[in-house]
Design a protein around this ligand. Structure first.
Ligand code: 3PG
Ligand code: MG
Length: 417
């Protein structure tokens, strides 16, 4: 169903409640929070510039992290307001709440083209509960609703769904922002009618995270290339030894069913033919989240399909890189979701980097390349190839659910054209 977009809106002098996904990675440095990657902020600028041009009075709402109803100071959106002002080249007002008198006063005083960012909506537990009363409070400053938060559109929360329903009940328009529109175009329409060969590259840790996507894409794709730890659940399903590799033994039957479906549909289903393995060892060190740090000793290329008993598979090997590269080079449409290995460690980044390079080269030769968000975007950027693919999604969980064919509540709530 085609949705109303900001392009269609008459926004002049109206308070446009705009949900954005400013859930950006932050880090504490010298006692203050700094933004590590402003992509999600930058990507909303076209929508905001269009709204400014239309003379809208813009009220931005967003979440940061998962404070679960507590006012965690480290999860304040105040630093985002400063960064947004810089990117927009104009002042951005900030209120340290998202509902209440102060918010209403400030929103009502906005002039056409003014921008106000509200504090983290998840400081209220009612946000995630999609509480009707809370949504009513938010909707007090909404004549028009715009959703540009594709990354949060899989959540039926008050600011992503509840407010839209209220605005619609008052016969107010609920429109997609330009980023939302682009995401739906590339992850939706383009993959619904792909130019062939359509090559899908899937990686990441778990088969269970990707199985619905695999199942759906087997209907469309010409080839599926599998990497990451999930490849080992497939190997397990084929009766190989997986050593200490991350596997989901209870998903072996699901993996087998996918292999069978690929065969019956005539879809090439490629699994790694070699890999990089290492011996995992627990250390006394803890990471930022308090989890014990694992060290990987004696990294080596393993040419067999069986993993040594004391080792884990952590990247695809050189023969696999070559085979996958050849398939990617012939593609006209490429979808990539999930890294090929533990790419955060440079010993295990070669496979992911090589795939990134192959995707960039295929794009240069005319293929459309769509990167499905999350870790694959991180990997493409880490390889310095961010500008050389057709589209990178700003969604993580949202892109995955959308690729599974699910209706996203934040999209469903928008006005049909
Ligand atoms: C994300 O970063 O995936 C989105 O902003 C949604 O955040 P959530 O997973 O905490 O709902
Ligand atoms: Mg998430």
């Amino acid at each position: 169903m085609e949705k109303l977009t900001v392009r269609d809106l008459d926004a002049a002098n109206r308070r446009v409640f705009t949900r954005v996904d400013y859930n950006v990675p932050m880090e504490e440095k010298d006692g203050r929070m700094v933004i590590n990657d402003a992509t999600r902020i930058r990507e909303t600028i076209p929508t905001l510039e269009l709204l400014i041009e239309k003379g809208a009075r813009i009220v931005l709402a967003a979440h940061l992290g998962r404070p679960r109803g507590k006012r965690e100071p480290g999860l304040s959106l105040r630093p985002v307001a400063a960064q947004l002002a810089e990117l927009l080249h104009r002042p951005v007002a900030f209120v340290d709440d998202c509902i209440g008198e102060k918010v209403e006063k400030t929103a009502n005083a906005l002039k056409p083209g003014d921008v106000l960012l509200l504090e983290n909506v998840r400081y209220y537990i009612e946000e995630e509960a999609n509480d009707a009363g809370f949504a009513q409070q938010l909707a007090k400053v909404a004549d028009v609703y715009v959703n540009d938060a594709f990354g949060a559109a899989h959540r039926a929360h008050a600011s992503t769904e509840g407010v839209a329903r209220i605005v619609a009940r008052r016969s107010g328009p609920c429109a997609a922002g330009l980023l939302m529109e682009r995401e739906l175009k590339f992850l939706g329409d383009e993959l619904e009618h792909p130019a062939h060969p359509f090559v899908v590259i899937l990686g990441g840790a778990k088969v269970s995270d990707k199985i619905l996507v695999i199942d759906r894409l087997l209907e469309k794709a010409d080839a599926l290339l599998i990497g990451g730890a999930m490849a080992y659940t497939f190997r397990l399903a084929q009766g190989h030894r997986v050593g200490k590799s991350l596997v989901e033994p209870d998903k072996a039957d699901v993996a087998r069913a996918a292999l069978d479906k690929a065969k019956s549909k005539g879809v090439k289903f490629l699994l790694p033919v070699d890999d990089v393995v290492a011996v995992p060892a627990r250390t006394d060190k803890r990471d930022k989240k308090g989890k014990p740090v694992i060290e990987y000793r004696n990294p080596a290329t393993n040419t067999g399909l069986d993993c040594p008993d004391d080792a884990a598979g952590l990247d695809i090997g050189p023969a696999t890189i070559k085979a996958y590269g050849e398939v990617i080079a012939g593609a006209k449409t490429i979808l990539w979701n999930g890294p090929m290995g533990l790419f955060e460690h440079k010993e295990f980044a070669a496979g992911t980097n090589a795939v990134a390079q192959a995707v960039a080269e295929a794009t240069q030769k005319g293929a459309k390349s769509i990167i499905g968000g999350g870790d694959s975007v991180k990997a493409i950027n880490q390889a310095g190839l961010g500008g050389r693919v057709t589209f990178m999604s700003t969604g993580g969980g949202a892109s995955l659910e959308f690729l599974e064919g699910k209706v996203l509540p934040g999209v469903a709530a928008l006005t049909n054209k």
